[in-house]
Design a protein around this ligand. Structure first.
Ligand SMILES: *Cc1c(COP(=O)(O)O)cnc(C)c1O
Length: 357
C-alpha cells in the first residue's frame, strides 16, 4: 500500500533528495568514500556548501548585504541566539503559538520584552492584527507559520524596526520579499532537509550593536566570517539541503511550488468545509496555513475521532494526528507532498463520511 506522509517534522522530502543523499552516503561524488567520512574541509564538500548557499540565495532572491548560514542547534537555539546578538534594551514579540512563546521566553533573559499581541486566549486559532509596535524596540520577532495550530502570516509585514522571522515550516513554500526582514531562520527538518541543520538569513548591518560579550560560537559574525565552517557543520543535512534546493530549481522554483501548495491546500480545505462530519480549527479563513492543515470532528461526531485516525492510517495516511494541544487532525502539506496524497486523504475522508452519515 502506498504511504502518504503528512508528518509535521521531520517530514516528507523529495525522492530526489533521499536518493541522491543515500547514494552519497555510500559513495560521495565518486570519491569511493561515504559522505559521512569525508572532511568538511575537502574540496568536494566545500563545493557542496558553497553551492547550497548560492542556490539558497538565488531561489529566495536574497539581496546584497545578507548572509546565509548553516548552523546546528535547531530553531530552538536561535530563540536564544537572536536576543543574545540583537537585544540591547527592548524587543517586541508577536505571540502566535507555542514556538513564538518559547522564543519570547528566551528573550526575557536579555532585556525588556514587549508582547505586542497574543492569540493565546483562543488557543492560537488566529493571527492578531492591529497591534502597536514600540518604535524603540531593537526588533520585532514573528513566527510566520504556526506549525501546531495551522495559522500563517501570508504577507511580508512592513514595520519600522528590524523584523526577525521564524520560518521553520514555511520557508520555500511561497515567494517572500527578503528585504522586508532583518533576519529569517528555521530548522531545516520541515521543508528542506533531515533534522540537524538550521538555516539563518541575516542582514549584516544589524549585528555588532549589543554591548554584552557574545560567546564565539553564538556570535553570527563568527559564522559569517568563516562561511559556516567555524566548526564542523552538519555535513549530511547540508548535502541533503542542496539536493532539495536543486529539486526546487528543477521544478520551477518557489513560484511554481507556491501554485502547487495553493492547489493542495484548496483541495483539503474544501473537503474540511464541505464534509459535515469535520470542521476546521482556524477562526479566520485568511489565516489558514498552506503548510499545516488542521481540523477536528464536527459537533455530534466527536466520538469518532480515534476511529477516523485508525481508519485513515490503515489506508496509508501517515502522521495526521493533530498536536496534543489542538487535538483532532493535522495534515502537513510541505513542498515535497504530491497533490495525489492530498486527493487520497480527501477520498478517505469521504469514505468515512459515507460510513457515518
Ligand atoms: C519545529 C519548529 C520549531 C522548532 O525547531 P527545532 O529545530 O526542533 O528547534 C520552531 N519553530 C517552528 C515554527 C517550528 O515549526
Amino acid at each position: 500500500m502506498k504511504k502518504h506522509n503528512f508528518y509535521a517534522g521531520p517530514s516528507i522530502l523529495p525522492d530526489y533528495t533521499i536518493k541522491n543523499t543515500a547514494e552519497a552516503l555510500i559513495n560521495f561524488y565518486g570519491t569511493g568514500l561515504s559522505l559521512m567520512e569525508v572532511s568538511h574541509r575537502d574540496k568536494e564538500f566545500i563545493e557542496v556548501n558553497d553551492e547550497a548557499q548560492r542556490l539558497f540565495k538565488e531561489l529566495l532572491n536574497i539581496p546584497e548585504g545578507y548572509h546565509v548560514l548553516f548552523l546546528g542547534g535547531g530553531a530552538s537555539l536561535q530563540f536564544a541566539m537572536i536576543p543574545f546578538n540583537l537585544l540591547n534594551k527592548k524587543a517586541a514579540y508577536l505571540n502566535t503559538g507555542v514556538w513564538a512563546s518559547k522564543a519570547l521566553k528566551e528573550a526575557k533573559g536579555f532585556g525588556e520584552v514587549v508582547e505586542v499581541a497574543s492569540s493565546k486566549d483562543a488557543n492560537y486559532n488566529y493571527i492578531p492584527t492591529n497591534f502597536a509596535i514600540p518604535a524603540d524596540a531593537d526588533y520585532l520577532h514573528i513566527t510566520t507559520n504556526n506549525t501546531i495550530y495551522g495559522t500563517e502570516i501570508h504577507t511580508d509585514m512592513t514595520v519600522d524596526i528590524p523584523l526577525v522571522a521564524d520560518m521553520s515550516s514555511d520557508i520555500f513554500s511561497r515567494p517572500i520579499d527578503v528585504s522586508k526582514y532583518a533576519m529569517i531562520y528555521g530548522g531545516a527538518q520541515k521543508n528542506l532537509a533531515p533534522a540537524g541543520l538550521t538555516f539563518v538569513i541575516v542582514r549584516e548591518d544589524i549585528l555588532g550593536k549589543v554591548d554584552r560579550y557574545i560567546p564565539t560560537m553564538l556570535d553570527y559574525r563568527t559564522h559569517i566570517k568563516e562561511g559556516s565552517m567555524f566548526n564542523t557543520p552538519p555535513v549530511v543535512p547540508i548535502f541533503a539541503a542542496l539536493q532539495t534546493l536543486k529539486w526546487l530549481e528543477n521544478n520551477g522554483g518557489i513560484e511554481a511550488m507556491y501554485q502547487k501548495n495553493l492547489e493542495k491546500a484548496a483541495v483539503l480545505y474544501h473537503e474540511i468545509d464541505t464534509n459535515p462530519i469535520f470542521k476546521g480549527t482556524v477562526a479566520n479563513e485568511k489565516d489558514r496555513s498552506l503548510m499545516n492543515i488542521c481540523w477536528v470532528m464536527a459537533e455530534g461526531y466527536e466520538q469518532y475521532e480515534k476511529e477516523f485516525l485508525t481508519f485513515a492510517t490503515e489506508r496509508g495516511m501517515i502522521g495526521i494526528k493533530g498536536h496534543r494541544s489542538v487535538g483532532g487532525f493535522r495534515a502537513s502539506t510541505y513542498n515535497a507532498l504530491p497533490k495525489e496524497s492530498v486527493e487520497a486523504l480527501v477520498a478517505v475522508m469521504q469514505e468515512f463520511k459515507a460510513l457515518k452519515l
